[in-house]
Design a protein around this ligand. Structure first.
Ligand SMILES: [Zn+2]
Length: 165
């Protein structure tokens, strides 16, 4: 590949290292013309198959744009959205497949979005899962409540287990 410093047309690999999770390879390269060194990161490209059958490269920006609408008026920052998109990408890469349908991406969004903001989660889920009635909302809210109560019960246990001072 081209040297980013002098645009020389070639460079040679002086070192290759696989990341701890095995999902990427980092290569140290050296330019034979100017002798400067630079790194490249190699990851598998992720392809998204849309409902129409068309394919496009996975993009975190698309995730952020898709979720932003559901977060309107909610206390969710751009940093929160960037982190969410990063978690979605990690989940998808962790699945090991190089080609995903839009449905799998929607599923990967639901978990982290629920942790981020329950109202935004309900909005997103209602569109993505095609809620058609009040009962659908009711079921989703009941599930959220049950999870919250389970979390609170865990917290109570921790307080009870704490040593007395
Ligand atoms: Zn160079």
């Amino acid at each position: 590949m081209h040297c980013p410093f002098c645009r020389h047309q070639d460079s040679r690999v002086v070192d290759s290292r696989t990341s701890d999770d095995g999902a990427s390879i980092r290569r140290r390269r050296q330019c034979p013309a100017c002798n400067r060194r630079f790194s490249t990161i190699e990851t598998a490209s992720l392809t998204v198959v849309k409902r129409s059958g068309a394919t496009e490269p996975f993009s975190r920006e698309k995730i952020v744009n898709g979720v932003r609408k559901a977060c309107q008026g909610r206390p969710v920052s751009d940093d929160d959205l960037a982190l969410l998109a990063q978690r979605v990408e990690e989940t998808i890469r962790g699945s090991g497949s190089a080609e995903l349908d839009a449905n799998e991406i929607g599923l990967a969004i639901l978990g982290p979005l629920r942790e981020l903001d329950e109202v935004a989660y309900l909005r997103f889920a209602s569109v993505y899962q095609g809620f058609g009635s009040l009962e659908d909302f009711d079921a989703a809210i009941t599930a959220l409540r049950a999870d919250r109560e389970a979390r609170d019960a865990d917290a109570d246990d921790r307080v009870e287990d704490a040593p007395e001072v």
